[in-house]
Design a binder for this molecule. Structure first.
Ligand code: DQA
Length: 154
């Protein structure tokens, strides 16, 4: 069972970027922690970060079904600012029809109004927002629980 973690623009700067808002953990540390948790849960996790919308769309397309792609069972996505702007990432996620969880380190609803709208949230299994780096673990646990309930894992 293979899952995919996607991180969008500026998340490569975690640890340096507005630490009061996003915390002190680097993306590498968050990914390593999540790999450990995924192993505990008995799932395989691939990680990908890009600052480029098209690269994220390409990565989502590569994740699709067994015949043409990697057969990824579920996606965790922190699309960063693209959450609030990208019809293309929404279309890619819906196009591959892979269940996904949207996540954010910060509570986007406690921030500027332009962060209150998401192009991804209404079709996500769920949204995790505001728990800092713990949002990643919570999102992973939520996604695995969802797939298990559907009979896809374990
Ligand atoms: C973010 C929230 C977004 O609004 C912002 O553009 C980010 C990070 C978060 O994880 O809190 O880049 O997705």
């Amino acid at each position: 069972m293979r899952l995919l973690l996607l991180n969008g623009p500026n998340l490569n700067l975690l640890g340096l970027r507005e630490p009061g808002l996003y915390g002190a953990s680097t993306l590498a540390a968050i990914e390593a922690d999540l790999q450990e948790r995924a192993a505990d849960l008995g799932v395989e996790l691939a990680c990908f970060q890009s600052n480029h919308e098209g690269a994220l769309v390409d990565r989502i397309q590569a994740a699709r079904g067994a015949e043409s792609g990697e057969n990824v069972a579920g996606i965790l996505i922190n699309a960063g600012a693209f959450t609030h702007t990208s019809v293309a990432i929404r279309d890619a996620l819906l196009g591959v029809a892979i269940p996904y969880v949207e996540l954010h380190l910060s509570n986007v609803h406690a921030r500027e109004a332009f962060r209150h709208h998401s192009y991804l949230a209404d079709r996500a299994i769920g949204v995790v927002s505001g728990f800092g780096s713990a949002s990643y673990r919570l999102a992973l646990e939520g996604l695995v629980g969802h797939l298990q309930a559907r009979g896809g894992v374990g």
